[in-house]
Ligand binder design. Structure first.
Ligand SMILES: NC(=O)c1ccc[n+]([C@@H]2O[C@H](COP(=O)([O-])OP(=O)(O)OC[C@H]3O[C@@H](n4cnc5c(N)ncnc54)[C@H](OP(=O)(O)O)[C@@H]3O)[C@@H](O)[C@H]2O)c1
Length: 328
């Protein structure tokens, strides 16, 4: 049976929702997305299936997707790979996998029923009757936060999702979502935000404290800063495609000294740069969901588990990353 839960695997409850997931997840934005990630060029369906199986094999049970990833392809891949795994390893595999997906706040979606309709579409593509976590993908919505949370409460009542989360919400929006859900006796389980060694805004804008106060789990997306924190990109080897426009050669030159320090820390532990970047996020109390496009990346990212950066190294990396920010 897949997903044997290695004995060091820590399970983390999403807020007080009762949903417990592995302390490391996997992000699947790149699964089927050719606009940003270049699906079909350098990686394809077979690579993704190998990454899926490897993730379960390593005991990682938390998959993050969204209806807009690859315009539904990411959800379809997860559904298909899960179906194949269940046929191969037994139907109970479904109980060991936790799926989080997201509602896209498109401008024409203005009613509660549009959220429930979107969720049913995701369930169909995923081939499941319920997801573990349904999240509002971003904060610009034609619906108020209160209306969306009322719709989320209905989704929980109808057993379409076990828990409710948000994403890219600021402190005030988290408080509003939390307050409205509380009126339905439902906890806000999580806020999914970019959080990594080079994006630590949550530590300085009150998000970390607020989430701690309200018992909302932070799910950290892009823990390798979209690939920047892997050590393989540099001013002479910039990121490809859309990512190259997002992270300029000047930016890569500026963070080069930091990447060099990160590499030294990785060498000290006999780990890779991605493993250290992901481990750092876990040490900060968030659940990282690194993206992986193939078996090798899934394997390497799973190697962020089972060991811990020492406190002095976390502090050293904090100090180094603060210096990069100060220089910007
Ligand atoms: N809620 C939101 O608004 C939001 C936004 C962004 C992401 N997310 C979620 O967070 C997940 C992760 O974020 P992300 O995919 O943007 O960024 P990431 O995890 O920081 O980086 C992922 C990319 O880094 C490269 N990579 C991964 N593992 C590697 C390894 N071991 N060695 C070398 N390169 C490696 C791969 O791209 P290359 O090989 O092409 O470099 C991979 O696609 C997404 O899949 C998605 O589920 C959510």
């Amino acid at each position: 049976m897949l997903c044997p839960y290695p004995k060091w695997m820590k399970q983390i409850e999403l807020g007080s929702s009762g949903v417990k997931v592995s302390s490391l997840g996997i992000g699947t934005w790149a699964w089927g997305d050719n606009l940003y990630w270049g699906y079909g060029k350098g990686y394809g369906e077979n690579d993704l299936q190998l990454a899926f199986d490897e993730t379960l094999r390593a005991g990682i049970d938390f998959f993050d997707t969204a209806e807009i990833y690859g315009f539904g392809k990411s959800e379809k891949f997860i559904g298909e790979f899960l179906r194949i795994a269940a046929q191969r390893d037994g139907a109970s595999i479904r109980d060991n996998v936790h799926i989080a997906t997201k509602f896209a706040c498109l401008p024409y979606r203005v009613t509660k029923s549009s959220l429930l309709r979107a969720l049913r579409g995701s369930l169909k593509r995923l081939g499941v009757s319920q997801v573990d976590l349904y999240q509002i993908h971003w904060n610009f919505a034609a619906m108020s936060i209160e209306t969306m949370m009322d719709a989320m409460a209905e989704a929980v009542e109808k057993k379409l999702t076990r828990a409710v989360g948000v994403s890219n919400y600021n402190v005030e929006q988290v408080r509003r979502a939390h307050k409205r859900l509380a009126q339905h006796n439902i906890p806000l389980a999580s806020n999914q935000i970019e959080y990594n060694l080079l994006q630590r805004g949550a530590e300085f804008n009150g998000m970390v404290e607020t989430c701690r106060e309200l018992n909302v789990t932070i799910i950290a997306y892009s823990p390798m800063r979209f690939g920047v924190l892997t050590g393989k990109y540099s001013p002479t080897n910039p990121l490809p495609g859309a990512r190259g426009r997002q992270f300029s050669v000047a930016y890569l030159a500026q963070i080069e000294p930091f990447i060099a320090e990160l590499k030294k820390v990785a060498q000290k532990y006999d780990k890779s740069i991605p493993q250290v970047a992901i481990n750092w996020v876990m040490q900060r109390g968030a659940i990282p969901i690194p993206g992986a496009k193939n078996l090798k990346q899934a394997q390497e990212n799973a190697g962020a588990l089972g060991w811990n950066l020492a406190r002095e190294d976390v502090e050293f990396l904090n100090e180094m990353s603060t210096r990069v920010h100060a220089a910007r």
